[in-house]
Design a protein around this ligand. Sequence first.
Ligand code: FAD
Ligand code: NAI
Length: 479
Amino acid sequence: MNPTFDVIVIGAGPGGYIAAIRCAQLGLKTACIDAWSNEQGSPAPGGTCTNVGCIPSKALLQSSEHFESASQHLGEHGVEVKGVSLNLAKMLSRKNEVVSQNNQGILYLFKKNKVSFFHGTGAFEASTEGLYNVVVTPKGAIAQPQTLSARHVIVATGSKARELDLAPFDEERILSNDGALRMTEVPKKLTLIGSGVIGLEMGSVWRRLGAEVTVLEGLPEFLGAVDEQVAKEAFKLLTQQGLKIELGVKVQSVSQSAKGVKVVYTNAQGEDVSLVSSQLIVSIGRIPNTQGLGAERVGLALDERGAVVVDELCRTSLPQVWAVGDVVRGPMLAHKAEEEGVAVAERIAGQHGHVNFRTIPWVIYTSPEIAWVGQTEQQLKAASTPYRSGVFPFMANGRARALGDTRGFVKVLAHRDSDEVLGVHIIGPSASELIAEAVMAMEFKASSEDIARICHAHPSLSEATKEAALAVDKRALNF
Ligand code: FAD
Ligand code: NAI
């Protein structure tokens, strides 16, 4: 007889491993299957986020920011550092160590919560008498495939980088996010296609380390999903730092020679331009990962992009099969995947798990950081929603001056009549941390006056949020 569980989770990224832990907390007998291996061939749970996404990118963003700060900005504080040099091998090995600590942390949590972990690829085999059979195929020929059974299955198989047909990834010269995080030399010239989140974060890392970076974007506008005022400020600040961003381009061809990778594109003025660089990073979005899942064997419905079709409760076309995270509709964010994982575990246990899609924060970890929650000013205008806006610049914030980083602002958008906060948009220092207050405010349906009446510590960056809320009623105190 097959080992039988209440729940099998396929994938141990942030969606899957969190779902497995929550299932186990709720008393469900849980297995989690994940295919990711580290360089030694050992299990490396944590998915894209831990291995080639959120965690390693933030490690390199931090290290490269320290490098740039030591070379260019510490002098302003009277800290004179001479002979700053880059040890890229050490920076990469620190990043790898941070990744490994996270992999180990997840294995520890599985043990602590009594989640049975299986290292290998999971695929649906069949469904019989209310049970799903899932076969686990380990990598290599060391162990035999094994079949597990469960009443419920949660698919959390994530996503992978989308290739440009003209330029398939080789991870040497033409890189996805994976190769972009492990270049062993700083390229003299680096081209990126796509000025989305990965393009800006990875472009920032390698520019700070010394590369001459050009980002080619197909759309005519920069960061179209971001509040226009913030996107405009971001474009100004990022290009001032030396990122070259070309909008409205059409990539015509990509070829390789001894000199490097040549990208020929038509720019917004209709001219053909040729750009040769040592490496090319393609960051044009991600696609759901459902290859090899055996969806067809059990009749699990996929859409035309290969995503698992789900309703608002993450139920698939099959009874007791659920799907969460990047493999389903909605934003491809680790915290969205986690929230769905928790909600599904609670639904399986008979509770009422809930995800509020209106209050999912977004962060872009450039310098300064960009963070937002809720609706943008252009969305409010398009929906003819009456609103008031309050903006407060970090230039007028004492803590930002003391830090030596006064770039950017906080913007609060509130309903004109009810004063309910409809969106908060931040570009500036520690925006990733400041946005949490705005998420909390919106989750509790706060008004801008509520935020304005809360006592914020002085001196702190969060005072800029209070002041922006006061500015909605045209009564900012420090500006
Ligand atoms: P994944 O993390 O992709 O995990 C899926 C797991 O399932 C993987 O381990 C995979 O090997 C495994 N798997 C797939 N198929 C099978 C199978 N058949 N059997 C067994 N295992 C299988 N998001 C943020 O919120 N903040 C960030 O700062 C951020 N930074 C990012 C930076 C980069 C460079 C990238 C690429 C992404 C970033 N993201 C960030 C997005 C984030 O990584 C994803 O939204 C998140 O990882 C999705 O989680 P998931 O659990 O759905 O899938
Ligand atoms: P993205 O969707 O953020 O950006 C892709 C960009 O490429 C878009 O601006 C698009 O217009 C452009 N593009 C598409 N095709 C093109 C073409 N042929 N030529 C030129 N430009 C083209 O996707 P990205 O940056 O690859 O990241 C994928 C996802 O990973 C993000 O959407 C996000 O969900 C997640 N992520 C989140 C991070 C965070 O939360 N800080 C960090 C990095 C990734």
